[in-house]
Design a protein around this ligand. Structure first.
Ligand SMILES: Nc1ncnc2c1ncn2[C@@H]1O[C@H](COP(=O)(O)OP(=O)(O)OP(=O)(O)O)[C@@H](O)[C@H]1O
Ligand SMILES: [Mg+2]
Length: 460
């Protein structure tokens, strides 16, 4: 999983801060060391002067008074003659520890100054070795040393201070960075939350995040523009479906009426009767399809219900009469028919039951049967459509009420369909304050139960 922008920003700020502090630390350390070392340099020059002055004044090592060196405690010093014998050394010092090699001695006698680091009583010292002269004569070697403890203690203290400050700054910058990034990204989260709330069925909503930062405003405006185009396209499509299904339903209903009149004629030969019956069934199927499309468009357009008391037992009988010949190979039966009155839209309720019965008849293999029953209890009516068909696989069950969803093999088993029958049935049940339950087991048929709240008034 990739890091969120918030975390990325917080970590980047922390890293940048730590890098800056590290660079600052090294710069400071370098500068401080330079300052402290040049301090030691000038002290060493003064020390050298202090030791060599009495020698130069006396003209020889033997005549010079070197007792001042022995007592001196702020610096260390050793005076040697040309044979390498120690003539004087400060009291703290073990002169042997500052022994020089032959090569070093000859370099010093030639006029070089040599610098070394050593430790006296655990204290670091910088030692400078030079020649001693009296007039133009070289008469010995002098070594003077100054403590360099201050340099390391100052740089150590600096390192500790920077380490502590760095750790605190890292933690603080992570927290502040996270908080900053959070508040900077909050407007985007708000836009996302609104965008998520906008459903396909409600494209009229807009994000309209006025007063937000410019970048977020641009994002919201772009999104709103896209929503506007989508809304227009959906509306055009809905109006088209509404117009077409409405235009189709009227002539189709007239056509079925005419076919039924023809079928009632006496003296029709068997073949013509069969053909007319098949045509009537096909027209019936087209009417159901166009009705479903029409209702779907109504759902999207947010059409209200035309509520009246509906006698559900009459309605079930009507559906039974209309559907019993839909598929002669499957028997449609009427089960228990209690009396029930529901406050609702008769056309929609009829379409709901018809869709359930149609599915039962369509998916049940020849020889099976479908039973339509109506039960009532104190507060609700239950319309039950039970078939002896193939059942619905558990994987399909959660989706069968989705628009345009058709189970695998539905086309092969039950022929054509658009996958909208159950979506409409469920919407109708919900719009009436009810719900649809389905129980199905592969190979053992399906049972669809619609629960609807009862109306207490008389039926019309
Ligand atoms: N009684 C049933 N037996 C077996 N499968 C069913 C039954 N009822 C529904 N299904 C499954 O649920 C799917 C969705 O049903 P729905 O009624 O919404 O669409 P359809 O019947 O395929 O098409 P339409 O109803 O629009 O003509 C079907 O394709 C089928 O797979
Ligand atoms: Mg169907």
């Amino acid at each position: 999983m990739s890091l969120s922008i918030r975390r990325r920003l917080a970590v980047s700020i922390a890293i940048a801060l730590i890098l800056t502090l590290t660079a600052l630390f090294f710069t400071l350390r370098f500068t401080l060391r330079g300052i402290l070392n040049s301090d030691i340099d000038s002290q060493l020059a003064a020390d050298l002067q202090r030791v060599s002055a009495p020698v130069a004044a006396a003209g020889s090592l033997e005549a010079a008074d070197l007792s001042g060196i022995v007592e001196h405690s702020s610096f260390i010093a050793v005076v040697r003659d040309l044979d390498g014998r120690d003539l004087a050394a400060t009291r703290r010092l073990d002169a042997a520890s500052l022994a020089l090699s032959e090569d070093e001695i000859s370099r010093i006698l030639n006029g070089d100054s040599i610098e070394q680091s050593t430790e006296v009583d655990g204290e670091p010292f910088t030692v400078r070795s030079s020649r001693l002269t009296a007039g133009r004569r070289v008469i010995g070697v002098v070594q003077v040393g100054e403590s360099s403890a201050a340099v390391s203690s100052v740089t150590d203290a600096l390192a500790i201070a920077f380490l502590a400050a760095g750790a605190a700054a890292a933690v603080l910058s992570l927290a502040v960075g996270y908080w900053l990034a959070r508040s900077a990204l909050k407007p985007i989260d708000d836009v996302t939350a609104v965008a998520r709330e906008i459903e396909a069925s409600d494209l009229s909503r807009r994000i309209a995040s006025r007063g937000k930062p410019e970048e977020v405003q641009r994002l919201a405006d772009t999104f709103d523009g896209m929503l506007q185009r989508l809304d227009t396209a959906f509306q055009q499509q809905r109006n088209f479906v509404l117009d077409v299904s409405h235009e189709l339903r009227t002539p189709l209903t007239a056509l079925r009426g005419n076919l039924d009149v023809l079928l009632m004629q006496e003296g029709l030969d068997e073949e013509s009767r069969e053909q007319l019956q098949r045509m009537s069934l096909e027209v019936g199927r087209l009417i159901r399809l166009t009705s479903n499309l029409l209702y779907l468009a109504h759902v999207d357009a947010g059409r209200g219900l035309d509520r009246r008391p509906v006698a559900m037992d009459d309605l079930c009988l009507e559906v039974y009469r209309q559907a019993k010949d839909l598929r002669p190979e499957v028997k449609l039966r009427l089960g228990e028919e209690d009396q029930a009155t529901v406050m609702g839209d008769r056309d929609l309720l009829k379409q709901m039951i018809l869709n359930l019965v149609d599915n039962g008849l369509k998916y049940t293999p020849p020889g099976g049967d479908v039973t339509l029953s109506l039960y009532t209890d104190d507060s609700s009516a239950r319309i039950v459509v039970k078939d002896t068909g193939p059942g619905i696989p558990p994987a399909d069950l959660p989706q069968i009420f989705d628009r345009y969803y058709r189970g695998e093999g539905s086309g092969r088993r039950g022929g054509s369909g658009a996958g909208i029958g159950l979506a409409i049935a469920e919407w109708v049940a919900r719009a009436h304050g009810g719900r649809i339950e389905v129980e199905s087991e592969a190979g053992k048929g399906s049972t669809f139960t619609v629960h609807l709240p009862l109306d207490s008034g008389p039926a019309h």
